[in-house]
Design a protein around this ligand. Structure first.
Ligand code: 5AD
Ligand code: SF4
Length: 471
């Protein structure tokens, strides 16, 4: 839906010269990617990025709606921005304020009613239209564009800029799939991001080749339900994620491939075989299960049992024995009993995760879960969450501890915590700090792990060559 509202104030700002934009990203990695692509698009309209909202001619809040209070956070941030904008107006400047992302999609016009300082609202499928929306917002209208358009957003976006890619480091996100058709009963995504769509193989290959040429060494493919990927291949047929990964593994010098987030039901044979066949595909998989109780899984509409999930984990481990898993969990879904919760703990014991993200169930308006009776009390949710997190943190500690004395390849992607240190990620996404020269950032090296800190592992460069191919 596109609509305009009358704007009461005329903005004094002209259309010429360099302008600054500050983009704040909330929520998931796809929002981080979308924010980067917005910056790419806006650079074609003369905008450069700034790291301070107060210095910006345009501020974009790229919002998340997955759990409660996300919208409230956005409204309080908008209150602060209004003050910053008024301050800029006092000194002859101005600030346009845009709300993007899933709160924009879900709330639309409501945002303009609750926060009159907002100049425009743009959903996740139409941000390629930002320059046009900004221009319209200057002409006394307040555009709200939350369409699911027929045109291809990715075709309308410019290629990622080389300088920006270099500045963002050797690890990059690429969205390959959007939307979700699963309709888990707790989740807003099918409503905010719409039906599943996949980008074409050709478009993804072109983007990855460009990123690789600019120095990117690790690509994380993103999708709300990424392993349901079914984009058009160069042969005109629908390709699976496994086929896409096989194609991307041929692009040199990318050395690492990852993908997130997957649904257990969509882990097909081609994807499991890709884990067996492609050394570049990292042995780490985020595979949310949400609950270990078959009764709760059924009410959540997950379409699998805990035994199905455990069998799947076994199959993936058979294909790639060093595979490490992470998952999302929801505690206190409506009707969850102590026994259901115990089943979740048993499943966690059975899998042994290297990391876990766990949440108290929060009823999202418009989803079936919000209308279910038998909502679980907050204090019960809090108690269960603490137990689950204690178990998962223990597993994570054990896994990290177990690395000490071993060597692992690390892709260095930033400066370390202290001078003289650089930091990177292991194949299992663990943060690793090493004393080494900054010139190594952007490369992979073999590191012997020597100690475990609170937030990261510590290691020393090893004499062994990295196992992962180096450019
Ligand atoms: N309440 C709590 N957690 C939720 N998630 C999604 N919707 C809700 C909700 N209504 C969690 C799920 C999902 C992750 C991204 O967020 O665990 O996998
Ligand atoms: Fe939400 Fe994921 Fe379920 Fe889709 S599969 S409805 S995105 S939790």
């Amino acid at each position: 839906m596109i609509s305009d509202e009358t704007q009461t104030k005329k903005l004094p700002q002209g259309d010429t010269g360099t302008k600054t934009v500050f983009i704040k990203s909330y929520g998931c990695q796809m929002n981080v990617y979308d924010s980067q692509r917005m910056a790419d698009k806006l650079s074609t309209a003369g905008y450069v990025e700034t790291s301070e909202a107060e210095d910006a001619d345009l501020v974009i809040l790229n919002t998340c709606h997955i759990r409660e209070k996300a919208a409230e956070k956005v409204y309080s941030e908008l209150g602060r921005l209004r003050v910053a904008r008024d301050e800029r107006r006092r000194t002859g400047g101005d600030m346009q304020i845009a709300v993007a992302g899933c709160v924009a999609q879900a709330e639309g016009e409501e945002i303009l009613r609750r926060a009159p300082a907002v100049d425009l609202v743009v959903g996740p499928q139409t941000y390629h239209r930002l320059p046009d929306l900004i221009a319209r917002a200057r002409q006394r209208t307040k555009p709200v564009d939350t369409e699911f358009p027929v045109e291809d957003k990715f075709a309308a976006l410019p290629a990622p800029r080389r300088e920006a890619t270099l500045a963002r480091g050797p690890s990059a996100f690429v969205t390959v799939q959007e939307g979700c058709d699963k309709f888990c009963t707790f989740c807003v995504v099918p409503y905010t991001r719409g039906a599943e769509t996949s980008r074409s193989v050709a478009g993804i290959v072109a983007e990855v080749e460009r990123l690789a040429a600019a120095g990117v060494r690790e690509i994380s493919l993103l999708g709300q339900n990424v392993n349901a990927y079914h984009g058009e291949g160069p042969d005109g047929r629908s390709w699976t994620l496994g086929m896409l990964l096989n194609r991307l593994a041929r692009i040199e010098p990318v050395v690492r491939l990852r993908y997130t987030t997957s649904h257990p039901r969509d882990m097909d044979d081609s994807l499991i075989e890709a884990h067996r066949d492609l050394p570049a595909l990292m042995p780490f998989l985020h595979l949310p299960v949400q609950s270990g109780s078959d009764r709760i899984l059924d009410v959540m509409n997950r379409k699998h049992t805990s035994a199905d999930y455990l069998r799947l984990i076994d199959r993936i481990r058979t294909a790639r024995p060093d595979m490490a898993f992470s998952s999302d969990f929801i505690v206190g879904f409506p009707g969850e009993t102590e026994e259901d919760f115990e089943a979740t703990l048993r499943l966690i014991e059975a899998v042994s995760y290297v990391s876990a993200y766990s949440f108290k169930y929060s009823p999202r308006p418009g989803t079936p879960g919000a209308r279910m009776g038998d909502q679980v009390e907050e204090s019960v949710k809090a108690r269960r969450l603490a137990r689950l997190q204690a178990l998962a943190e223990g597993q994570q500690r054990d896994f990290n501890q177990d690395r000490i004395g071993r060597t692992m390849d690390v892709l260095f992607d930033r400066k370390g915590k202290r001078p003289g240190q650089i930091a990177g990620r292991s194949p299992f996404l663990q943060a690793v700090q090493v004393e080494a020269d900054e010139t190594r950032i952007g490369t992979v090296a073999s590191v012997e792990i020597t100690a475990m800190g609170a937030w990261s592992l510590h290691g020393v460069l090893s004499d062994m060559p990295a196992r992962e191919a180096v450019a």
